[in-house]
Design a protein around this ligand. Structure first.
Ligand code: ADP
Ligand code: MG
Ligand code: ZN
Length: 481
């Protein structure tokens, strides 16, 4: 990458709101994968005379995002018409918000490595999604099931200066809206889309560049990353030759991140915004906003930091725990009432590694596991208190997941408790030494030989031998050989 220039990036994020019905009519919003044009009515088809009625739940969810991202709420807010022509927009305008969006001047905090960053949010408004065009060789087909799906638009200030920031922000925002239950933000279903606004400036310059390039309809975080890299090279080449890149809208050529010029960008004037005459302005009372505020759960960024400060978890571990609210809630249930941070760490480790392995292997959800978070933490506690070895704990965990029995009951039933008795262990170790006389002779030269012997002891006892105690006894006996 050219070292002379740095990024200036602002994002516009579109988010489909999770509601039963569409934004301005009562058509079902579960359009994905349904028969084309099976969820339409005069309102979302834009037929003359049809009257839009705003979806109160969509407004409420958008307000909760505004509050969660520290925006100021416009207590009087309204809808506006944004006029443009496109076949998938049957009314000839989109109902959106112009000068009085639901929220303005907020910010979102997120981490890049162990650094906290903050990006300002310029505005958050509510609008409606368009229909979908499908182009074949001969014709264009139109499906209006998506027309009128509630859509939140989040516009940031041009605060991003490197790729890592953009990607970390995109991920944290996605988690945040999922935690809030605003949207599933399923990228594969097009529920979260990005528009990248990007320009370059000389490193060290504080000024906003005189141009910006907009790339529309980026459907995934990985493509977003590729587009940023591609645009950096393209714009840097133009700047290096002494010219200014054209201010324009570019489209995605394919998923490789290459872009092409679509059109020289229109101004707000071109959209001839004016207030939507069919929908009266909305007024929000303080009580209503307080009520929404009280439903906002602890958000991923705050949770992560609490895990790091209160439980002394590594930031990376905490980050994995907050990937979803379900996982994070599951973890919290497991550690409820536990004060010992070393035990909490162990529980986090086992959740991330071993419980995850079961989930992946058996294609389960956390909620489908046969054991409860409490039973899981009991198991890890037994391990922590050295009543079980790691190998045994894994066996017990597998058994817990097939039977749903208490860990203690499984340990007793299968006689799985750990073997820590010195005389018993020495007996086993001596047999292992006898069977592996050549390895024993090797231990002076080969430091791995002792590990091999320990492995044999574990094998001979079916994982029941206390590993630390066995290792100590092996070293002790070897020194006497
Ligand atoms: P427009 O009127 O073209 O939509 P705005 O000024 O409203 O432009 O900004 C749209 C988005 O572009 C915002 O996310 C903003 O942060 C970003 N942006 C504005 N200027 C620049 C710039 N010079 N480089 C990169 N992004 C920019
Ligand atoms: Mg734009
Ligand atoms: Zn409809």
């Amino acid at each position: 990458m050219n070292k002379e220039f740095e990024f200036v990036i602002g994002l516009e994020v579109h988010l489909q709101v999770k509601t039963e019905s569409k934004m301005f009519c009562r058509c079902a919003a579960d359009y994905f994968g349904q028969k084309p044009n099976s969820r339409v009515c005069p309102v979302c088809l834009g037929l003359p005379g049809a009257l839009p009625v705003p979806n109160a739940l969509a407004v409420k969810k958008c307000l909760s995002l505004c509050l969660a991202t520290n925006c100021q709420i416009n207590k009087i807010s309204k809808f506006d018409r944004k006029n443009y022509f496109y076949p998938d927009l049957p009314k000839g305008y989109q109902i959106s918000q112009y000068d009085l969006p639901l929220g303005e001047n907020g910010f979102l905090e997120f981490d890049v490595d162990s650094d906290s960053r903050r990006v300002r949010i310029r505005r958050i408004h509510l609008e409606e999604d368009t229909g979908k065009s499908m182009h074949t060789n001969e014709e264009t087909l139109l499906d209006f099931n998506k027309s009128g799906i509630p859509l939140i638009e989040i516009v940031t200030e041009p605060d991003f200066v490197d790729i890592e920031e953009v990607l970390a922000f995109a991920k944290r925002l996605r988690q945040t809206v999922r935690f809030l239950g605003i949207s599933n933000a399923d990228m594969e279903k097009g529920q979260m889309r990005y528009e990248l606004n990007m320009s370059l400036r000389k490193v060290g310059s504080q000024k906003l560049p005189q141009y910006k390039v907009e790339v529309k309809n980026i459907g995934s975080i990985s493509v977003l990353e590729k587009v940023i890299k591609y645009e950096f090279e393209r714009q840097a080449d133009i700047l290096a030759s002494g010219k200014l890149p054209t201010q324009e809208t570019r489209g995605l050529r394919d998923l490789s991140g290459k872009t092409y010029s679509q059109r020289i960008k229109e101004d707000a004037d071109d959209y001839r915004y004016f207030p939507e005459p069919d929908i009266p302005p909305m007024h929000f009372s303080d009580e209503y906003l307080e009520e929404i505020k009280s439903t906002i759960c602890e958000l991923p960024q705050a949770r992560k930091h609490r895990y790091v400060f209160d439980y002394k978890l590594e930031p990376d571990t905490a980050e994995v725990l907050i990937t979803s609210k379900v996982r994070s809630d599951w973890f919290e249930e497991a550690i409820e009432k536990i004060k010992d941070t070393a035990l909490i760490k162990e529980i986090a480790k086992w959740l991330i590694k071993d419980v995850n392995a079961i989930i992946k292997e058996q294609k389960l959800k956390l909620s489908e596991l046969k054991f409860t978070p409490k039973q899981f933490s009991q198991l890890v506690e037994m391990l922590y208190q050295k009543k079980l070895s790691g190998t045994l704990a894994k066996q017990v965990l597998a058994e817990m997941n097939s039977t749903g029995d208490e860990p203690e009951a499984i340990v007793n039933r299968k006689g799985l408790s750990i073997m820590a008795d010195e005389t018993e262990l020495i007996k086993v170790i001596k047999t292992v030494f006898k069977d592996n006389a050549n390895v024993v002779g090797d231990t002076k030269k080969n430091p791995n030989a002792a590990k091999f012997l320990l492995g044999q002891v574990m094998k001979a006892t079916k994982g029941k031998a206390d590993p630390a105690e066995s290792a100590r006894l092996i070293a002790d006996l070897l020194s006497k050989e």
